[in-house]
Design a protein around this ligand. Structure first.
Ligand code: FES
Length: 234
């Protein structure tokens, strides 16, 4: 129980578990990718970064509110950091947004628009990974994964299954079933929670486009699928 000063306004807090919840309570909408109140806090994306009166920046989802805290949610420095984070995420992301099944409802795409990301200064570093189309209900596209871990926590903490997890480290880190199994070879119950939580097109519902998904899993056809939108734009 106490109060904080957020962007010059006094805001009371009671049992909010983190600074982000107090910011939202004040009606301020700051971007997030990996925070969901119903699963554990991961603090991976850093988009919820705010700045305090000493100029220290921190992820607001991972910090407990303290009485007398003074924070700024939209300072020039914070805005610059958020834009850079999205740029870096896009640098390691496939660039076929126009043909992505999540286009129009992708959180990463929406954030790029909102934060004014119009160019990506970094070259694309992500290697191509095969799609997993083995599940009767889901398609997993590792090329669109941003490692937020939302699907991992939803599967583990909400469903109690744990079909997905992190593998490898550093630039090789990936989210996948253990031992690089296909989804169909895991305990997955096809509930779709991972799809609900995934902010991008890394996990999508398999629909009437089954044949298209199968085609996308073919590395030869993939080349055509990626070039086609570029040709149309030109
Ligand atoms: Fe806080 Fe991702 S929302 S680090």
């Amino acid at each position: 129980m106490g109060h904080m000063i957020i962007d010059g306004r006094k805001v009371e807090f009671t049992d909010e578990k983190n600074v982000l919840s107090v910011i939202r309570k004040a009606g301020i909408n700051i971007p997030t990718l990996c925070y969901h109140s119903e699963v554990s806090t991961f603090g991976a994306c850093r988009l919820c970064t705010v700045e305090d009166e000493r100029g220290k920046t921190f992820a607001s989802c991972s910090e407990q509110p303290r009485d007398g805290m003074v924070i700024y949610t939209n300072s020039g420095r914070v805005k610059k950091y958020r834009k850079l984070i999205v740029e870096l995420l896009l640098a390691a992301h496939c660039r076929d947004c126009t043909t992505c099944v999540k286009s129009g409802e992708c959180v990463l795409q929406e954030l790029a628009h909102r934060l004014g990301v119009q160019t990506i200064r970094f070259k694309n570093t992500r290697e191509y990974h095969e799609l997993d189309t083995s599940s009767p209900s889901l398609v997993r596209d590792p090329n669109k994964c941003i490692l937020c871990g939302d699907c991992v926590r939803a599967c583990e903490e909400l469903q109690g299954i744990g079909a997905l997890g992190f593998a490898f480290r550093g630039t090789e880190a990936m989210v996948m079933p253990a031992f690089n199994k296909k989804i169909a070879e895991t305990e997955c119950v096809n509930c779709g929670q991972c799809r609900v939580y995934c902010p991008t097109g890394a996990i999508a519902i398999k629909t009437h486009m089954n044949e298209a998904w199968e085609a996308l899993a073919d590395p030869n056809i993939r080349v055509v699928a990626q070039i086609a939108p570029a040709v149309r734009v030109a």
